[in-house]
Write a protein that binds this ligand. Structure first.
Ligand code: GDP
Ligand code: IMO
Ligand code: MG
Length: 429
């Protein structure tokens, strides 16, 4: 199979970066197709931890082509800092290409993100405040500034001037905030423009050449299925489509180029930010807390504590169909090593009846009851295991049940953050 999509099957932070880094060893290119600096992907290689926000997780390999596709929103300051940070660690980021059609995040997007969240009060989304939503709003409203515009001084200056006039009206008159100074942003972004110029290209051409040459392309999803603007727990979602279909639209690859789709599933469930969470554990000193502390479940980008709960296998089942998953990569199994018992949600009940789908209405979703199955814990260290058959029986029973409910086979089990802490049952390449 020549191309593989790796995406989150839950609410993000499933360990996509780790899985992409592992698979990147055999790939020729790694492509981001959605989201922006709201993503935080941690890759641990040779005991060094790398925190990536915009850069694809393939940058650790010098010979791979790394693409930021048209579907990504680029905060120039963030990506340049990341490139500098990588260079300081001896990673040159030579083969990075950024789509000339990708939209640019500007300071007013970030400010509007903060102001909109503050105005929502208790109803806030809990965004990463990176300006992601407001940047996609401009894209859809057809007033956005693209990388190709940033590369042309006159186009950028004119678009910035028009946009800033409108945004300053909103910032000052609706939110009572401070206006931005045109010249300050212009100067800052012209500097970014020059520094980013070597990376900006028509990435459709890059993708097309990769596919024609039958190269192995790895698509790196950001965010996750239930944060998808169309299919997630709206409005508690991000503003783009992390689901598999957008791997094509967000990169310019034709859909028939996609051969295999991997859904990354954390062995339990977490969510950062607000919104529904059927299997959430609310205890402050019990098992939910145990998972958070043992798993260091704190956001990579914002440092916020992640909400923790039992695995919701109905979500994985839904994700499997929506993304036409070929296989699952189950991560962080080792975090459950010290759990005396586990629960897994295998379906929802509504008004005493079995519900075979996930309701769109948040009011209805708030009323569903999880149907749990209980599992024995394995109380054994799995972090050194490299073969599926060597996993404790109780762990295999738990994993097999996830696969059964999802209706998808398991391709990878991850038992630690390091590259080698990976059990491969089916190699997608
Ligand atoms: P992503 O956003 O989906 O890439 O996930 P994050 O990087 O935000 O969060 C996953 C965290 O789990 C990172 O710190 C990874 O290094 C780590 N990780 C990934 N797989 C495993 C695993 O199997 N076991 C453990 N203990 N940590 C893992
Ligand atoms: P990775 O790629 C987890 C969440 C935010 C918030 C909602 C909207 O690391 O899995 P946004 O800033 O996108 O407008 O915030 O989405 N969110 C994530 N949660 N992992 C992520 O990315 C996320 N990116 C956004 O917490 O609830
Ligand atoms: Mg993350």
């Amino acid at each position: 199979m020549s191309s593989v999509v790796v995406l989150g099957a839950q609410w993000g932070d499933e360990g996509k970066g780790k899985i992409v880094d592992y698979l990147a060893q055999k790939a020729d290119a790694v492509v981001r197709y959605s989201g922006g600096s709201n993503a935080g992907h941690t890759v641990v290689a040779n005991d060094v931890s790398y925190k990536l926000r915009l850069l694809p997780s393939g940058v650790l390999f010098e010979d791979k082509i790394n693409v930021l596709g048209n579907g990504v929103v680029i905060n120039p300051g963030v990506v340049l800092d990341e490139i500098e940070g990588m260079k300081a660690k001896g990673i040159p980021c030579k083969n990075l290409v950024i789509s000339d059609r990708a939209h640019v995040v500007l300071p007013y997007h970030q400010r509007l993100d903060e102001l909109q969240e503050a105005a929502l009060g208790a109803k806030k989304i809990g965004t990463t405040k990176g300006g992601i939503g407001p940047c996609y709003m401009d894209k859809v409203a057809r007033v956005g500034i693209r990388m190709c515009d940033l590369m042309e001084l006159d186009t950028f200056a004119a678009k910035l001037e028009a946009n800033l006039r409108a945004k300053n009206e909103i910032i000052t008159k609706i939110y009572g905030g401070e206006p931005f100074e045109y010249i300050k942003i212009l100067k800052e972004y012209l500097n970014y423009s020059e520094r980013l110029r070597p990376y900006v290209e028509d990435t459709f051409v890059v993708m097309d050449e990769l596919f024609r040459a039958k190269k192995k392309v790895l698509f790196e999803g950001a965010q996750a299925t239930f944060l998808d603007i169309d299919h997630g727990t709206y409005p508690y979602v991000t503003s783009s489509n992390p689901t598999a279909g957008n791997a094509a639209t967000g990169s310019g690859a034709g859909p028939r180029n996609i051969g295999h789709v991997i859904g990354v599933v954390k062995a339990y469930t977490t969510r950062v930010g607000e919104g529904p969470f059927v299997t959430e554990l609310f205890d402050t000193d019990g098992l939910g807390m145990k998972i958070r502390e043992r798993g260091h479940e704190y956001g990579t980008v914002t440092g916020r504590p992640r909400r923790c709960g039992w695995l919701d296998a109905l979500m994985v089942h839904y994700s499997a169909r929506l993304n036409s998953l070929s296989s699952l990569a189950i991560t962080r199994l080792d975090i459950l090593d010290k759990m005396p018992y586990l629960k897994m949600c295998v379906g929802y009940k509504l008004d005493g009846k079995l519900l075979k789908r996930i309701p769109a209405s948040l009011k209805t979703l708030a009323r569903v009851e999880p149907i749990y199955e209980e599992f024995d814990g394995w109380m054994e260290d799995t972090s050194g295991i490299r073969k599926y058959k060597d996993l404790p029986l109780a762990a295999r029973r738990y994993l097999d049940r996830i696969s059964q409910v999802a209706g998808v086979e398991i391709g990878i089990v991850s038992v630690g953050p390091n590259r080698e802490q990976t059990i491969v049952l089916k190699d997608p390449f």
